[in-house]
Design a protein around this ligand. Structure first.
Ligand code: ACO
Length: 465
């Protein structure tokens, strides 16, 4: 691509690819196996299925697969890529980046000149990588080439109440100018602080140390802060309306990092609660009929207030159905993929809403990573959804996801537990040759062949057909 003398316009997502494991465990089977009450995982957490990996998959194999597929399915020339960033918290090496492993895809095409390395902070790494890629394209360092952002993780919890909130997957996004999904400039809010809600201090283990209740409180407080900051900024930047009028109605879709779907439904209800609190402040509460009794509520007192939660869940039901539910499709079917989770929400939206209904809309996105790092930002969708337009091509490119979901294999909770025990035992063992079958892997998937006695990892690829 020739370097233009102008700054690039409409920088955003040109193409997207999502992958997930070929195995899943059913959450209702897991309820029985774990001896919890029926409905706890399926209704209480809102999860149907959970994808998981055998010992044939690690973070490198997932990323190799998703980048290769993005390149092949979108006919991207290897020479056209000038930046590649990986966001992940699935660390197999404290020094060597996943990005450097991905270079082998480009080396055979003679492209060794690709900026970017890995970014880590729990489920936020992918968003930081996306912001980096956009900044590079909008900077003086940009040389006219495209960027690829990869968000990937294997989300595993030790046996216990957090285990049903695992998952795994990877998303790769091609980022460049004149995109059908434009990351809105100047419309971004960020909230970061030091907390121990979820962290991985034991480098020998794939499991985090997690304080479930604290992590929910941190997630919701980060949402409160990011959303209010975004609304203040949007009100000023847009100058179309006064600050107090910037609310959920200004978004056609609102997507969230999804630890489990029920928390996302509560989060959308929380945005409506925040709108209500802001409306009180500005004396414009006429659209919140029946909620007057909560007029003096303080947001920080409400994280686990069941009355408020219930009332606002009911009040925001239609809003949730229209603006958020379509984006939860993959979170419900795969589980928490950690850093790809929010972008799995974007793919779900593209899958569930026809292009002509998406065209010209604004999508709000909330990214959260424990520890904590969080941002609220927005995407403006191109208003051209005609056949052959960039938006049309993008929407059609994700239709294969449903087909892949249907091809997955269901595994019993007993076998699922055994596979996780094997991962636990063999994590960081060298030399090591994985024992899981590769026959049922999706065509074109990369997998771990072996780890040699110097901890070097070798991969192979399942044929494309
Ligand atoms: N039928 C329907 N609902 C039920 C049933 C049932 N039989 N049994 C329980 N429930 C409901 C509960 O009432 C509860 O609903 P509520 O949250 O609306 O009150 C829900 O199911 C979950 O039950 P809890 O008893 O609260 O669940 P538990 O405490 O065992 O575990 C938790 C939930 C804390 C989320 C745990 O899975 C966890 O630690 N997960 C990892 C941390 C996490 O995801 N944090 C979120 C942000 S950080 C991140 O993204 C990693």
């Amino acid at each position: 691509m020739a370097r233009s003398t102008e700054w690039p316009h409409d920088v955003g997502i040109l193409a997207v690819e999502l992958i997930f494991p070929h195995l899943y465990v059913d959450q209702s089977d897991l309820e029985v196996y774990d001896g919890v009450s029926q409905g706890k995982y399926t209704v209480g957490l809102g999860q149907s299925k959970m994808g998981f990996c055998t010992d044939r998959d690690d973070i490198n194999s997932l990323c190799l697969t998703v980048v290769t597929r993005l390149m092949e399915r979108n006919s991207i020339a290897h020479a056209s890529v000038g930046r590649l960033e990986v966001g992940t918290e699935t660390i197999v090496d404290k020094s060597k980046s996943v990005k450097s492993v991905l270079m082998q895809i480009f080396e055979e095409h003679g492209n060794f000149s690709i900026e970017g390395i890995d970014t880590t902070n729990a489920c936020y790494g992918g968003t930081a990588a996306l912001f980096n890629a956009v900044s590079w394209i909008e900077s003086s360092a940009w040389d006219g080439r495209l960027a690829i952002v990869v968000a990937a993780d294997i989300a595993l919890y030790a046996k216990g109440n957090a285990r049903p909130t695992g998952g795994a997957g990877a998303v790769a996004m091609l980022v460049g100018p004149d995109a059908p999904l434009v990351i809105e400039r100047g419309l971004r809010s960020t909230y970061m602080r030091h907390v121990y809600d979820f962290y991985k201090p034991n480098l020998e283990s794939e499991y985090p140390v997690v304080d479930g209740k604290l992590s929910i409180q941190c997630y919701l407080s980060a949402l409160d802060n990011c959303y209010q900051m975004y609304c203040d900024k949007a009100g000023k930047v847009m100058q179309e309306k006064n600050q107090f009028q910037w609310d959920v109605n200004c978004f056609d879709s609102i997507l969230f990092h999804s630890p489990y779907c029920k928390l996302v439904q509560k989060s959308l209800a929380r945005l409506v609660l925040i709108d209500f609190v802001r409306a009180q402040r500005f004396g414009h509460n006429e659209s919140f009929i029946g909620l007057e009794k909560f007029a003096n509520v303080k947001l920080e007192d409400t994280y686990f207030d069941k009355d408020i939660e219930k009332e606002f869940l009911v009040f925001s039901k239609e809003c949730f159905k229209n603006k958020t539910e379509p984006s939860l499709f993959l979170a419900n079917q795969i589980g928490n993929m950690y850093t790809p989770s929010l972008y799995g929400g974007l793919v779900s939206l593209l899958l569930k809403k026809p292009g002509n209904l998406l065209a010209g809309t604004r999508i709000g996105l909330f990214s959260y990573g424990s520890g904590l790092a969080s941002s609220f930002f927005s995407i403006k969708v191109s208003d051209d959804s005609s056949v052959g337009s960039k938006l049309d091509v993008l929407v059609r490119s994700v239709l294969n996801v449903q087909e892949q979901l249907d091809l997955r294999l269901k595994v019993s909770p007993e076998d699922f537990s055994k596979i996780l025990e094997d991962r636990e035992k063999n994590h960081h063992v060298a030399p090591y040759t994985p024992s899981a079958q590769v026959d049922n892997f999706f065509p074109g998937s990369w997998y771990l062949k072996y780890v040699d006695d110097k901890y070097r990892r070798y991969y192979d690829r399942v044929p494309l057909s």
